[in-house]
Design a binder for this molecule. Structure first.
Ligand code: BGC
Ligand code: IFM
Length: 817
């Protein structure tokens, strides 16, 4: 049992008690426009809106030592020259004690060395485009301490990609200005002339540095800056090379005395009319930011700003709180899983320890699924997100696989042809409708491919999503897979005339005959959802048509998608089954088992139960359910990227955590609560905390992948934070295991619990009303709810019709023997 910290459930913090975690364990600052990543040793970086184009500070990915670049402070004992980093990095000098508390949008790092204690709180105040570092230094000695405190950030020249590559230009463009103790980073100001950064300090300065080499000294690293070693800054003003920001403050602390020093790092834009006024000026508009800087350098403002942030999170999370017999469930549902869903809303897949912030846009598929995890927290933002996504859809119903967050335009580089993409829009919109009941969204005019004049209703977009699949059926009547479906790496339209030759990419999009059983299942689910939405609009004939299409596809799945003991995965370019007993490797895949059962395929004829039993037998491991078995042991051109991964990693039989909740949900549909909850716990990060040395990623958030049983590192997690795993696990536990499920006509209460539980209580805000829910159940029983009392009166069924906004509704759900 190896832990590197513990959960503080009362304060909603994860407390890390040693700095040398297996990997940087990070947190996120900011939730509106200004964001930062921060590790447990203060590593990370900040950006304004776009992690690539407006990067404020530098970070060095995949470096040795790990996690270099951050919000670093140095303390120096001026009596003897001893210096250290209160966040351990980058000096790595030993600390007498250390603690990092990652909280909701803030991080606090505290430590002591030689009787000097320092505690720094990092956060981004609501409504601002800046971050605050509030440091408190305490002298715990019985003699006066003469100290130097140095701050440091390394500025990025805005475009993170260019910054890391275009040295012939960038070594000559760096510009700073130091005025009244504030360091202004204004590189490219003359070219773009519209944005700059500032770094300010609340105390009078003994000096400053803005040129990296002057601060560090030639050939020296951040672990031993010459200025810190010597105890004095050099007052360097960067011209070209590598602009940094560092303040030097001297502190004379009496025994027991604490001093507070506040640093503010911020982003500012000049308004448009400043642009050419005066023409080609090198002046930045400092007068615009001076009042903001002054306010946030004030201790009272910081205290208020931090309280406002805490209140904000109380409100966001207050909409769903549960108390169950399982502490790991409670802390994930009440705090960390919901928080991670909000982070995926803010960051999509852009910036983490595994996403460099320069690569990816917003995924059409990803964003629709992320919605499932935050629609109840911020329904208005979900609405906006849906309309943004839908506006990138094409008139064919097809979808750009990604769009750019700044322009909200479809990303041409990647294009379309992932044939599952359009169907996720139906599932995302339907989740919004079920949560909010706000059907006017369906009538919103939304363009195709953002082209003015092409607007149709959002509802029509959904209709096109469905017909996109029906217009693209393959030889077995199953949906064509295109470039890939949910599994990006299963590229079945790859083929080679000559074995061993690289695959032909033109066939990936057009003419490829490969078919997907996964999309078939997803289609059945989406067609049923669209039918219900059509009924809501009084379009009963259309609804019947969609239900008939779902039924027909169900028949096709049973006829061509069933392998005997489980659902097949696909048919390849040549019409060979994939995910079948006929294959040597890759005989069974998890995705169609989950998706088909979710869609209701095989519920009446026993196929669903057999498929799920096969999953348990063949894909289950103590660390979660692997994606497929047996792992591919060599590269197959006709399968594509999946077979490029070594066995046990990523899509080649890794535990791809995103898919596990589909199996949990499927098990609840069969009423098998023990199995559902067992799968839930296998990948619940909090439940894995005790094996942090094996798991290695943060124990407070889900990772995309845990190495599968074929990997030498079985159980090791990778790609934490930005993954659809967050949303789907949240849905599985809250809506299906705990059974608090929004539907079009109300809130369903239909828990499918483990036998060992005696029930649980929950508070759920739904369409403005608060539901105080108590579920009671005898221990040892695993049945469904038999009696549902709403404000004391028994109702038929398990759907509670929406109460008026503002009402408090008491719900008692009873499972009897
Ligand atoms: C990439 C794969 C990656 C997958 C999952 C795809 O877009 O091409 O390399 O494994 O996403 O992140
Ligand atoms: O479904 C994808 C997702 O869109 C990106 N990450 C990997 C998943 C599986 O390939």
């Amino acid at each position: 049992m190896v832990r590197y910290g513990h959960f503080d459930d009362r304060t909603r913090e994860y407390v890390i008690d040693r700095p040398d975690t297996p990997l940087p364990w990070i947190n996120y600052l900011g939730s509106e426009a200004y964001f930062g990543l921060i590790s447990n040793t203060a590593g990370g970086y900040s950006f304004y809106r776009d992690a690539r184009l407006r990067r404020l500070t530098r970070y060095r990915y995949n470096n040795a030592p790990l996690d270099l670049g951050g919000r670093y402070l140095y303390l120096r004992d001026d009596a003897n020259g001893d210096y250290w980093s209160p966040s351990w990095q980058p000096t790595q000098r030993e600390l007498d004690d250390y603690e990092c508390r990652h909280g909701l949008s803030y991080t606090r790092i505290a430590s002591a060395r030689g009787g000097i204690r320092a505690e720094t709180l990092y956060f981004v105040p609501l409504g601002e485009t800046l971050e605050v570092w509030r440091t408190r230094v305490t002298n715990e000695r019985d003699t006066t301490a003469e100290l130097s405190l140095f701050s440091s950030v390394e500025f990025c020249l805005w475009d993170a990609q260019d910054d890391a590559t275009n040295f012939q230009r960038n070594f000559s463009t760096g510009q700073v200005e130091v005025d009244d103790g504030v360091i202004y980073h204004k590189t490219e100001y003359r070219e773009r002339r519209d944005h700059f950064a500032y770094f300010a300090c609340s105390e009078p300065l003994a000096g400053f540095d803005t040129q990296r080499e002057a601060f560090l000294g030639a050939y020296r690293g951040w672990d031993r800056p010459a200025a810190v070693e010597q105890g004095s800054a050099t007052d360097s003003v960067a011209a070209g090379w590598s602009p940094i920001g560092s303040h030097h403050v001297r502190l004379s602390l009496a025994p027991g005395e604490t001093r507070e020093v506040i640093f503010v790092l911020g982003y500012a834009e000049n308004p448009r009319d400043d642009k050419f006024d005066p023409p080609h000026s090198q002046t930045i508009n400092k007068s615009r930011v001076r009042p903001t800087i002054a306010r946030w350098l004030d201790s009272a403002t910081v205290t208020e700003g931090f309280t406002a942030l805490t209140t904000h999170w109380d409100r966001l999370l207050g909409g769903l709180q549960v108390s169950t017999p399982d502490a790991d469930t409670d802390r994930m549902v009440n705090v960390w899983n919901a928080y991670q869903c909000m982070v995926t809303f803010n960051l999509s897949r852009s910036a983490s320890q595994f996403e460099s912030g320069i690569g990816r846009g917003m995924g059409f598929r990803d964003s629709n699924q992320d919605l499932l995890g935050f629609v109840h927290i911020i329904p208005e933002r979900a609405r906006e997100r849906i309309l943004d996504i839908a506006a990138t859809q094409m008139a064919t119903g097809g979808a750009y696989h990604q769009y750019q967050p700044l322009t909200k335009r479809g990303n041409n580089d990647i294009g379309d042809g992932f044939n599952d993409d359009p169907l996720w829009l139906i599932l995302g919109v339907s989740a919004y409708l079920k949560e909010t009941g706000e059907a006017t969204i369906l009538d919103e005019p939304v363009p195709f491919d953002n082209a003015p004049g092409s607007e149709v209703s959002l509802y029509e977009h959904l209709v096109r999503s469905l017909s996109y699949t029906l217009d693209r059926l393959g030889p077995h009547g199953l949906p064509l897979i295109g470039r890939a479906d949910w599994n990006d790496c299963l590229n079945l339209n790859c083929f080679s005339e000559t074995p061993g030759e690289p695959f032909q990419t033109t066939e990936n999009v057009t003419g490829g005959q490969a078919e997907s059983v996964f999309i078939a299942g997803q289609f059945v689910l989406a067609a049923k959802e669209l039918a219900s939405v059509a009924e809501l609009r009084g379009l009963d004939e259309k609804a019947a048509e969609y239900r008939a299409a779902a039924e027909k596809m169900t028949g096709t799945i049973v006829e061509h998608g069933w392998d005997g003991e489980w659902f097949r995965r696909a048919y390849d370019f040549h019409g060979n089954p994939i995910g079948s007993g006929e294959n040597d490797e890759g005989q069974i895949f998890v995705e169609p088992q989950g998706m088909c059962v979710l869609a209701g395929v095989g519920l009446d004829d026993g196929l669903a139960a057999r498929a799920l039993d096969s999953v348990g037998d063949r894909l289950g491991t103590p660390h979660g359910v692997v994606l497929q078995q047996p792992a591919y042991s060599r590269y197959h051109v006709e399968l594509g990227e999946i077979s490029t991964y070594p066995p046990g990693y990523k899509e080649n039989a890794g535990i791809f955590c995103h898919t596990n909740p589909w199996i949990m949900i499927a098990e609840t549909i069969l009423g098998r609560g023990d199995r559902a909850f067992d799968y839930y716990r296998r990948i619940n990060p909090s439940a894995r905390e005790a094996i942090s040395d094996v798991h290695r990623c943060e124990p407070y958030v889900y990772a995309q992948m845990i190495a599968g049983k074929d990997a030498p590192t079985h159980g090791e997690a990778k790609n934490s934070w930005l993954t659809g795993t967050a949303a789907w696990n949240f849905v599985a536990i809250t809506q299906w295991i705990l059974g608090l499920r929004p539907e079009l006509d109300g809130l369903r209460v239909d828990p499918v619990l483990p036998a060992a539980w005696n029930g649980f209580v929950a508070t759920r805000v739904y369409r403005g009303a608060t539901y105080e829910i108590t579920v009671r159940k005898p221990i040892g029983v695993s049945g469904r709810v038999t009696r549902l009392l709403v404000d004391g009166a028994q109702i038929d069924g398990t759907v509670i019709p929406p109460a008026p906004a503002g009402a408090t509704v008491r719900v008692e759900a009873v499972v009897e023997r």
